[in-house]
Design a protein around this ligand. Structure first.
Ligand code: MN
Length: 226
């Protein structure tokens, strides 16, 4: 877990609690009781078996235990209305947990797509391309903008949307760069890395703050003051 995620949560007044990759459901169940929101971080590729596909030759490395642990805890959070925020791999985790699918490799499977794979040595906060939030999206309301430039360190993206999810933003090539929930619970996924842009763009800080604020509301609703 890169430190940048922890700093981002702390900067917004939250307390990061790290959940290990484990194959013990009882461990996840116990930790799940302590969280007021679930942040799904970036990482490697999700095994396409989780969305009913066989591996494409351009699929990257997969981690079976991380897939299992993240998908099960994400499904609990989505079912319970616990706030969920996904970053990079995390947007894909939300979508797959909700029954959706993922482009296994944009360059191979969506040849008209722009360059999304801008990995280091380019700086983590280097802005790579525009994204356009949908005008009626929760994302647009939080950001207060219908266009922004973002970093882009991914080779996969959301393909078919999972249940209860809608598109929040796309890049100029039509690739889905953000998804969000339809319901009243706080569900958001972004394909870029706002946690690396907090000092550069106040809109990214607002996005993290909105998540932590939703976590506080969820906590207060579950544990009302006597
Ligand atoms: Mn991108």
């Amino acid at each position: 877990m890169p430190q940048s995620y922890l700093w981002a949560i702390e900067k917004c007044g939250g307390v990061p609690l790290l959940i290990p990759a484990t194959n013990l459901e009882s461990t996840l169940r116990t930790l799940y009781r302590y969280i007021d929101g679930l942040l799904l971080a970036g990482g490697g590729d999700i095994d396409p078996a989780h969305f009913g596909e066989t591996p494409h030759s351009a699929l990257g490395s997969v981690d079976a235990m991380r897939d299992w642990a993240e998908l099960i805890i994400a499904s609990w959070a989505l079912a319970d209305g616990c706030p969920v925020f996904g970053i990079c791999r995390g947007i894909q985790t939300i979508n797959v947990a909700a029954g959706g699918s993922v482009w296994q490799d944009l360059a191979a499977q969506v040849p008209e797509s722009i360059q999304h794979k801008n990995y280091p040595p380019r700086a983590d906060n280097r802005l790579s391309h525009a994204v356009y939030p949908e005008s009626d999206s929760h994302l647009a309301a939080i950001l207060g903008d219908l266009a922004l430039d973002v970093n882009s360190l991914h080779h996969q993206a959301v393909k078919d949307l999972g249940a209860g999810l809608r598109v929040g933003a796309r890049s100029p090539d039509g690739v889905i760069e953000a998804i969000e929930g339809y319901g009243k619970s706080w569900v958001m996924g972004v394909q870029w890395h706002p946690e690396w842009l907090l000092d550069d763009d106040p809109r990214m800080l607002r996005l993290l703050e909105a998540f932590v604020s939703a976590c506080g509301e969820y906590r207060d609703a579950r544990n009302p003051e006597p």
